[in-house]
Ligand binder design. Structure first.
Ligand code: KG4
Ligand code: ZN
Length: 346
């Protein structure tokens, strides 16, 4: 069975095709990073307009790459939330239209659950029960999956997502958007023990908190340049030396990764899963992968970078299992849901 997946929740326009939930036939991604870079973050209006321009060529390219005709596609999966309203609308309306024209069943996919399924595209597939840490610009979620149908959200951030903290800290110290890769690069040049940062805790046992960490970096940076809390954050980067920037970035990354690893390890000890997987943009981070692997007694699974960041293939992979286990939705009933929730079962 072959499913086409469409993803447009933020600043990547993507279409992927997956066979039977694990065979990757195509994954076309057009990123808008260069467009948003000059604004220091994603501009929703520009993102939506950019999706419109490329969505159909991206879908056509995925079919061409997979050497498939519409007749050979068994269904369409599309991210319907969470994400930016305008961006999500382009993907869902395109998918609805294609489903009606080509008479295909359609499945709405939760973006964060999609990130989990990038790991089903690896040669070695996860074994249930699975513990999944999904870390991206908008989410920091810990899931326990007993099967494809029994997915429990056991932990989440109570404030900022870890990727959001990376992006905000990068902006504060004058590093480019997206902050993750820039901070990771600076980490290797700096001293991770330069700042003594706090370990903020989320409210539940496996919850995370990153807002306090971000604020602590702001306060320490103000102190470093000899100013107090009244000094405007947007002027700080102008007063920092390159060495200080690298040291702040390194200290932030060390603490952020420590928080992710400690909480995931605690969940591993309680749930004793057969597989542990990571996904989402922050899962591209080598230091996180290494530290988490060191803390675990089993092999950590993660996808290559182009499947960790937003992509249509992960949506198609989950779409394959939805095609197998659930009923399609009438295309006209698929709604965009910017704040689409997953039930939290701590
Ligand atoms: O999953 P994703 O592509 O989009 C969302 O769903 O948010 O994740 C984007 C996030 C950004 O916050 C970016 O800074 C972060 O992933 N990121 C990284 C790295 N590469 C991307 N964070 C840490 N280290 C990286 N190497
Ligand atoms: Zn994402």
């Amino acid at each position: 069975m072959k499913i086409l997946g469409i993803e447009t929740s933020c600043d990547e326009t993507s279409a992927g095709i997956v066979e039977d939930g694990h065979k990757l036939l195509a994954n076309i991604v057009r990123t808008q990073i260069d467009i948003h870079k000059e604004y220091g973050g994603v501009v929703p209006e520009i993102a939506a307009r950019s999706h419109i321009e490329v969505i159909l060529p991206v879908v056509n390219q995925s079919l061409k790459t997979a050497k498939l005709d519409w007749k050979e596609i068994d269904g369409i999966a599309v991210t319907n939330g969470p994400g930016l309203l305008g961006s999500l609308m382009i993907g869902t309306l395109t998918a609805r239209m294609l489903a009606l024209i080509h008479r295909k069943p359609i499945y709405p996919v939760h973006h964060v659950l999609g990130h989990i399924y990038a790991n089903w595209l690896l040669e070695e597939q996860p074994q249930f029960p699975v513990l999944a840490l999904i870390v991206s610009g908008g989410h920091t979620h810990l899931f326990y999956l007993e099967s494809h149908l029994k997915v429990k959200l056991i932990g989440r951030t109570t404030d900022d997502a870890v990727g959001e903290a990376y992006d905000k800290v990068a902006k504060l110290i004058g590093l480019p958007y997206p902050g993750g890769p820039a901070i990771d690069k600076a980490y290797h040049l700096g001293n991770p023990d330069f700042l003594d940062l706090p370990t903020p805790k989320g409210s539940g046992k496996y919850d995370f908190s990153f807002s306090g960490l971000k604020t602590a970096v702001l306060r320490r940076s103000q102190e470093l340049i000899g100013e107090d809390f009244r000094f405007p954050s947007w002027q700080i980067s102008k007063r920092l030396t390159e060495e200080q920037v690298n040291n702040i970035a390194a200290s932030f990354q060390k603490k952020a990764v420590e928080i992710l690893v400690d909480t995931t390890k605690k969940a591993f000890d309680e749930f004793q899963p057969k597989s542990v997987i990571i996904g989402g943009g922050v899962a591209c981070n080598d230091y996180l992968r290494e530290e988490l692997q060191k803390a675990l007694p089993i092999k950590l699974n993660y996808a290559p970078i182009d499947l960790c960041t937003d992509n249509g293939a992960m949506i198609a992979a989950l779409g394959c299992f939805m095609h197998e286990y659930s009923k399609p939705v009438d295309p006209r009933d698929i709604k965009t849901e910017p704040s689409l929730k997953i039930q939290y079962q701590a």
